[in-house]
Write a protein that binds this ligand. Structure first.
Ligand SMILES: Nc1ncnc2c1ncn2[C@@H]1O[C@H](COP(=O)(O)OP(=O)(O)OP(=O)(O)O)[C@@H](O)[C@H]1O
Ligand SMILES: [Mg+2]
Length: 293
């Protein structure tokens, strides 16, 4: 499809969100990407926020799901103070759109932190309620980015399995590599997941990033059958990433001319151009898988 036709289609979908539904024709797909890591503190939230900003600039409508049970990272990163989270939707006190918070640009954030654990223990009634509400959201979102907690907890595994694509973040620290392998291994051996995209963060050079990927790839190829790891490149270490966190603003907005900011923009571009590994991602589908697991 040429670009103009694509835009016309998009415009049509926007104005007629129920048209395809009524016709029984599948709507356009929403990409659902989970960003995870074996080890904590490797830059998942940093990656999610800066990717969200880069995608927003491309005209993509981004929804960020803060699925970290621990600290409400995304809020702090962006200086937001959400009063509600997904648990208020689940107990029927709020509608989904009342819980969403506006981030930079057109980015919207679903503060799920304290409601995430409950997502794995919903009643059938709550599941239905959530699915109906999410159906509404689907016509408003092009990309769902999920910032998961670190490690191999059940909740992390659920999000990874429910998402359409998985990005695993790895840093030069040796434990980050072994923990990433542990996460990949669990998802592969227990759940048959085969496709993983690897992003190195905070390596000092592209060469170092490639070496880290090569090590992970070698071990995964050797011990895990039929696995496919795709290298997304490296985000260089830059002390200003932490400075942006202190100012509670996205790094690529504050320091757009740095190599790291350019790497984030290239990363978004690369993800945008690459076809999803599996053709089953849309927001409703994500939640259906999530809720039925
Ligand atoms: N490329 C980078 N260069 C320098 N510092 C970075 C880089 N990426 C992340 N950091 C810093 O590393 C720290 C951890 O980042 P972040 O909170 O994004 O990690 P996380 O994986 O989300 O952590 P958690 O597992 O606790 O959720 C932050 O202080 C952040 O500023
Ligand atoms: Mg985080």
């Amino acid at each position: 499809m040429d670009q103009a036709a694509g835009l016309r289609d998009k415009e049509f979908n926007k104005r007629n969100p129920t048209f395809y539904r009524n016709l029984g024709v599948p709507k356009r797909q929403v990409r659902v990407i989970a960003v995870s890591s074996g080890k904590g503190g490797v830059g998942k939230s940093t990656v999610v926020i800066n990717l969200a900003v880069a995608f927003d600039r491309m005209g993509q409508r981004v929804l960020v799901l803060d699925a970290d049970l621990g600290l409400a990272n995304i809020d702090i990163f962006l200086g937001l103070t959400p009063k509600q989270n997904i648990s208020h939707v689940l107990n029927g006190k709020r509608q989904l759109h009342e819980v969403l918070v506006n981030g930079p640009g057109r980015i919207r954030i679903m503060p799920a932190s304290s409601g995430v654990q409950e997502l794995t223990r919903l009643t059938d009634e709550q599941k239905l309620l959530l699915l109906e509400m999410l159906d509404e959201l689907e016509s408003e979102v092009d990309l769902l980015l999920i910032d998961t907690a670190a490690g191999i907890s059940d909740t992390v595994l659920y999000f990874n399995l429910a998402a359409q694509e998985r990005i695993i973040v790895v840093t030069p620290e040796p434990t980050s590599l072994t923990d990433a392998y542990a996460l990949i291994k669990v998802l592969h051996t227990r759940n048959g997941e085969r496709h993983f995209r690897i992003l190195t963060n905070a390596a000092d050079s592209d060469r170092e990033g490639k070496l880290i990927f090569a090590k992970l790839s070698k071990v995964a190829d050797h011990f895990l059958n039929g696995i496919s790891l795709d290298y997304l490149g490296n985000i260089p270490r830059d002390p200003q990433v932490s400075a942006a966190l202190l100012q509670q603003k996205p790094f690529i907005t504050l320091f757009p001319h740095t190599a790291a900011a350019k790497a984030f923009v290239n990363l978004a571009d690369r993800i945008h151009r690459s076809a999803p590994a599996r053709d089953n991602g849309n927001v409703r589908f994500f939640w259906k898988r999530f809720l039925e697991i």
